[in-house]
Design a binder for this molecule. Structure first.
Ligand code: SF4
Ligand code: SF4
Length: 330
């Protein structure tokens, strides 16, 4: 089954990319890249810098300082909500991400950032401060704790998580575990395909057909809007559909998260208890194991581990303490 799925997905990706290339040809001149730094923009920046190297030494403008401050507040708040494990603060962090990083700033990490890394075509520090802050924050927090970026900072992921919170659970369809397991690998196939396609064609704009992040700029063509509508409708029925199965950036962060230093604790009792496995909406718990590449550090299981009335570890511990203090009771 796996090779068929892999083949089908690769075929699908190639078809979508080919379609996008055709759409771009129809559109004539390549449109502006709405998210992140496209390679064209970077080339323009290089040219500007060559023309006037003194400009690089100019101090930050007021708008740039405000941008940096806004981004720092949102990122700082996300980390604070993570460290406090507060459900309410996490919802606030998600709302901030959707409206500030998404609709207001369209500031998301994207596969385009990976293209820049792969080709070494990075923005000049002076003109790409927010780019560097977000990119370094994303990689650093992934190495420290895991996919915190996906769990509360990515505006699209935040939007679908908020959608999930309001969609009635009766509408939801859970994929059978065997299908879920293979579907979770599709995003790695997409990541590999888009990287190979980019390296072969240097077509940076095709990413808009595999990433929906452009939606925050409201700048898409008919094909893109149709794909987005289909994706959002499907997300009503299958929670976190894009993040769990299709996101190439999520796949890249999943690979990095294998380096995570501070991982989620597990008790010995987790071997037989299924409470957290059932509670995890990301399919990231399999028996005693946490699949770090799938986990977005949403805190749901950690709240259960810490709950002395829900977690089997604490309940058994209380029982054994009661037995020790009262050895005659049966
Ligand atoms: S998996 Fe992709 S869309 Fe989902 S939160 Fe992560 S980066 Fe965003
Ligand atoms: S429930 Fe636990 S394992 Fe699942 S995504 Fe959330 S933090 Fe990760």
């Amino acid at each position: 089954m796996s090779w068929r799925l892999t083949l089908a997905t690769t075929f699908l990706c190639c078809a979508v990319l080919a379609l996008s290339a055709a759409a771009q040809t129809d559109e004539g001149a390549q449109p502006q890249d709405p998210v992140g730094f496209s390679l064209d923009e970077l080339d323009e920046l290089d040219a500007l810098l060559e023309e006037d190297s003194d400009e690089a030494a100019t101090p930050l403008t007021r708008d740039e300082v405000v941008d940096l401050a806004g981004l720092s507040v949102v990122l700082g708040f996300a980390v604070f909500s993570f460290l406090t494990k507060s459900k309410r603060l996490r919802v606030v962090a998600l709302v901030l991400s959707v409206f500030y990083l998404g609709f207001y700033k369209a500031n998301l990490v994207s596969i385009v950032n990976i293209y820049s890394l792969v080709t070494g075509n990075l923005p000049e520090l002076r003109f790409g401060m927010t780019w560097y802050v977000l990119a370094i924050f994303t990689v650093a927090t992934t190495v420290l704790w895991g996919r915190i970026y996906c769990g509360r900072i990515c505006a699209f992921g935040a939007l679908t998580q908020l959608m999930d919170a309001v969609v009635p659970s009766t509408l939801r369809y859970e994929l059978p575990p065997s299908v879920d397991k293979w579907a979770a690998k599709v995003k790695y196939v997409i990541l590999t395909t888009v990287l190979v396609y980019f390296l072969a064609s240097r077509n940076v704009l095709a990413y808009r057909y595999v990433e929906p992040f452009w939606m925050f700029t409201l700048n898409g063509n008919a094909i893109m809007w149709t794909l987005l509508a289909l994706l959002l409708v499907a997300t009503v029925f299958i929670r976190n559909l894009y993040c769990r199965y299709l996101c190439s950036l999520g796949a890249a962060l999943g690979v990095i998260s294998n380096l995570t230093v501070f991982r989620i604790k597990r008790w010995q009792e987790c071997r037989s208890c299924k409470i957290c496995e059932k509670a995890c909406e990301w399919g990231a718990i399999q028996g005693p194991k946490i699949l770090v590449s799938e986990c977005v550090r949403c805190d749901d299981c950690e709240r259960i581990y810490a709950d002395e009335n829900k977690c089997v570890h604490w309940i058994l511990q209380r029982k054994s303490q009661a037995k020790q203090s009262d050895p005659v009771s049966p």
